[in-house]
Design a protein around this ligand. Structure first.
Ligand code: BF8
Length: 639
C-alpha cells in the first residue's frame, strides 16, 4: 500500500500507517483529523496562562507584557500556571491511586473469604510485601497476612494522622526518606509557613491540592509545587505501588516471557476481542474465560477457530506481562484496531479511552462495551463489572463477542500483516532473577562501564508528535550509547512493536551493553509493565541505591516521557524528579507562561531533589543530554 506524506507524519509505525492510509481513503475520522480541526490551539492555554478557577474568569495573562498581568482576583502568571499544573498532578495521582484502591479492596475481600472469584496467586510476593511493612510473616496464615497487608494499604489511602504513608516508609530508600524530611524543614525555614513533602494520606494529598487551588487559597508557586510533589510521592511510592504490588499478589508477579505486538495480532479466522483501559481485575477473567473449552466450542459453532483476546494500552500491558497475551497497540491505535474491521468487541474499563470509539464502532460491526461504574460512554453497551460476579460478567462479554462474529463484513476487513516478537515480563523480581538473585551484577556492569547508566522511558502517545517516532528514536540512540532502557506504558508497547525487546536487538547497542545482553540473554530495552508499574522502576532504583549505600540521585539514572499526553504522566514525572531522577519531557508542558515556576521545575528542583525537568524535542539531542547527566553522575561516584 502506498503511504502518503501526511500519514507518514502522523505515525512512524508501519501497521498504523497502513490503517491510517485506509482511513484517509475511506474518509474515516481519527484523532489526528479531530486535532487538525482544533488548530490553531489557544496560545494562552499552551502557556498555562488561562485561569478558569472562578467565575470572574476565564482570565488570561498577556505573555507579551502589554495587556493584563493579573487575573481579576490579582493572581499573577506564576500562581495561575502553578495552580493549573498541580491540578494536573492531582488528577494523575487520583487516577493511578484510585486504580490501586481496587486491588487493595479485592485482596481484603479474598482474605476475608467474601470473594471466591479470585485467589491469591503469589503468596511469596505477599510475604515479601508483608516483611517490608514490618509484619510477622513466619507464623501467620496467608489469609491473615493478606488481611493485614490490605488493611495497611487501605489505611494509607484514608488515614487522618500526620504520619508518613506506611508504604512510602517501607519502600523508599532510607537516604531518600531522610532527604525528604530535610527538604521539608529547609523549605519551611525559607517560607513563612510549614511546607510538607512526605505524604500523609494518598487521598488527602489530592484533596489538599483541590482545596489549596480553589479560589483564594494558596498563591505561592513554591508552596503549591511542594504540595504537588507530596501528592505525586503519594502516587508513585503509594497508590501506584500498592496497585502493582497487590495485583502481583492476586494475579501473579510477571516473569520473562515472549509475546507478539502490533495490529497484526488480530486474526481473521478468530473472534477478536480487544481489552483496553487500565485495571486488570476484569481483564484477567476475560483472558481466563476466553481460553475455556466452553468458549472455544461456542466460537467454533459460530464459524471461528477460537477466541483471540488481545490487549491495548495498559490493560493490555497487564495481561501481556502476566500471560503473554498479544498486544495490539498503544493509545493512538485504539481507533485503528476498530478500523481493521476485524474486531468483534472492544471491552474498556477506565483511563485513556477515546469517547470517539462509540461512534466509530457504530460504523463497523464492533461492540463497544464499557464495564466500569466510573466510566460511562454514551453509545456503548454497558455491562457493569462487579468483583463478586466476575466470572459471569466475563462470560457475558466473551459470549457477546462470539455472537457478533456473524456480523463481521469480510469486505471491510483489513489486518496489517505486521507484528514483532517481544520479550516482556521484567518485573523487579524477574530482573533480579535474571541477574542471579541480587542487583550486584547490574551494579558491576554499571561500575565497569559496560552499562553506562539506565534510562526509564514512560508515557503516552500524543498526536501532536509523530506516533512512536520519539519513543523509538530515543531508545535506539540510548542503547547505542551503552545505556540500558527500561520502561512502561505506551513506550513499552512502541518498543515491543519496533522489535527493540528482542535479544537480537542487542546488535543496535554499544559493545558494552551488547555483551551484557548476550550474557544475560535479555534485550537492551526492558518492558516493566503498565503505567502504575512505573513504581517497579522506583523499587529497582531504590534497591540499587540501598545496595550501594547511596541516594537515588547519586545513581546514573534518567527518566523520559517523550510523547506524553495525560495528567498521569505529569504525576509520574513529578515523583521521578522528587525521587532524584532528572526527567526529559516532550511536548512542552503548559508552564512556559510562569517564569518562576519554570525556574523551580527546571533548575531549583535539581538543587533540592537532585533531579529536575528538561524539555527537548529532538530525540538525538535528548539522548546526548541524558548521556551527559549519566556521565556526570558516574564521575561523582568515582566511576
Ligand atoms: O497509563 S502511557 S496514554 S495507556 S497514560 Fe494512557 Fe499514557 Fe498510554 Fe497507560 Ni499511561
Amino acid at each position: 500500500m502506498k503511504i502518503n506524506e501526511t500519514v507518514k507524519a502522523q505515525s512512524a509505525d508501519p501497521a498504523s500507517r497502513e490503517i491510517l492510509q485506509l482511513a484517509a481513503v475511506q474518509e474515516i475520522e481519527t484523532v489526528w483529523n479531530r486535532l487538525e480541526k482544533q488548530q490553531p490551539q489557544c496560545g494562552f492555554g499552551e502557556l498555562g496562562l488561562c485561569c478558569r478557577i472562578c467565575m470572574m474568569g476565564p482570565c488570561r495573562i498577556d505573555p507579551f507584557g502589554e495587556g493584563a498581568q493579573k487575573g481579576a482576583c490579582g493572581a499573577d502568571a506564576d500562581t495561575i500556571v502553578t495552580r493549573h499544573l498541580v491540578r494536573m498532578i492531582a488528577a494523575g495521582a487520583a487516577a493511578h491511586s484510585d486504580h490501586g484502591r481496587r486491588p487493595a479492596l479485592l485482596l481484603k475481600e479474598i482474605a476475608a473469604g467474601r470473594n471466591n472469584e479470585y485467589q491469591i496467586s503469589d503468596p511469596k510476593k505477599l510475604k515479601a510485601i508483608a516483611a517490608k511493612l514490618g509484619l510477622e510473616t513466619e507464623n501467620c496464615a496467608i489469609d491473615e497476612l493478606a488481611l493485614q497487608v490490605a488493611d495497611i494499604a487501605l489505611n494509607d489511602f484514608g488515614k487522618q494522622n500526620e504520619e508518613t504513608l506506611a508504604f512510602v516508609k517501607a519502600y523508599a530508600p532510607k537516604k531518600r526518606l531522610e532527604r525528604w524530611l530535610k527538604i521539608a524543614e529547609d523549605l519551611s525555614s525559607l517560607s513563612e509557613k510549614t511546607i510538607g513533602i512526605l505524604p500523609r494520606g494518598i487521598d488527602r494529598e489530592i484533596v489538599d491540592i483541590m482545596h489549596r487551588t480553589h479560589f483564594g487559597v494558596d498563591h505561592s508557586p513554591l508552596s503549591l509545587i511542594a504540595q504537588g510533589v507530596r501528592a505525586a510521592i503519594g502516587d508513585g511510592w503509594g497508590g501506584s505501588l500498592i496497585a502493582t504490588e497487590i495485583q502481583d499478589v492476586i494475579f501473579g508477579t510477571p516473569q520473562i516471557r515472549e509475546a507478539n505486538a502490533n495490529l497484526g495480532v488480530l486474526d481473521e479466522k478468530q473472534i477478536n476481542l480487544v481489552i483496553h483501559g487500565h485495571e486488570p481485575v476484569l481483564s484477567e477473567k476475560i483472558v481466563e474465560i476466553a481460553a475455556s473449552e466452553k468458549m472455544l466450542a461456542l466460537a467454533q459453532k459460530h464459524g471461528a477457530t477460537g477466541v483471540n483476546v488481545v490487549g491495548m494500552c495498559c490493560s493490555g500491558n497487564e495481561i501481556l506481562m502476566r500471560h503473554g497475551v498479544p498486544i495490539a497497540g498503544n493509545e493512538l491505535q485504539q481507533e485503528l484496531a476498530v478500523i481493521t474491521g476485524a474486531v468483534e468487541l472492544i471491552s474498556v474499563d477506565v483511563q485513556c479511552i477515546f469517547p470517539a470509539l462509540a461512534e466509530l464502532c457504530q460504523c463497523f460491526h464492533t461492540h463497544f462495551v464499557a464495564t466500569s461504574d466510573q466510566a460511562a460512554f454514551p453509545g456503548s453497551i454497558h455491562i457493569q463489572f462487579e468483583e463478586d460476579d466476575a466470572n459471569r460478567c466475563a462470560e457475558e462479554i466473551v459470549t457477546l463477542a462470539i455472537e457478533n462474529f456473524a456480523n463481521r463484513k469480510p469486505e471491510k476487513v483489513h489486518i496489517p500483516e505486521i507484528t514483532n516478537r517481544a520479550m516482556v515480563g521484567f518485573s523487579v523480581e524477574a530482573i533480579l532473577s535474571a541477574l542471579g538473585g541480587t542487583p550486584e551484577p547490574l551494579l558491576d556492569a554499571i561500575k565497569s562501564g559496560a552499562i553506562k547508566g539506565v534510562v526509564g522511558i514512560v508515557g503516552c502517545n500524543n498526536p501532536k508528535v509523530t506516533h512512536d517516532f520519539y519513543h523509538i528514536e530515543l531508545a535506539k540512540a540510548l542503547i547505542a550509547k551503552d545505556i540500558l532502557v527500561i520502561g512502561s506504558g505506551c513506550w513499552a508497547i512502541a518498543a515491543a512493536k519496533a522489535g527493540l525487546m528482542q535479544i537480537e536487538t542487542a546488535t543496535l547497542a554499544g559493545d558494552g551493553l551488547k555483551a551484557v545482553c548476550n550474557a544475560l540473554k535479555i534485550p537492551p530495552c526492558l518492558h516493566m509493565g503498565s503505567c502504575v508499574d512505573c513504581s517497579r522502576m522506583l523499587v529497582l532504583a531504590g534497591a540499587l541505591a540501598d545496595t550501594l549505600g547511596v541516594d537515588i540521585d547519586d545513581l546514573p539514572l534518567v527518566g523520559s516521557a517523550p510523547e506524553w499526553l495525560t495528567e498521569k504522566a505529569v504525576s509520574i514525572g513529578t515523583y521521578f524528579v522528587a525521587s532524584g531522577v532528572t526527567v526529559h519531557l516532550w511536548p512542552m508542558p503548559p508552564i512556559a507562561g510562569g517564569a518562576k515556576v519554570t525556574e523551580i521545575l527546571t533548575q531549583t528542583a535539581a538543587d533540592v531533589f537532585g533531579g529536575a525537568f528538561f524539555v527537548e524535542e529532538n530525540p538525538l539531542k535528548a539522548a546526548d543530554k541524558m548521556a551527559e547527566i549519566i556521565n556526570e553522575k558516574r564521575r561523582a561516584l568515582g566511576l
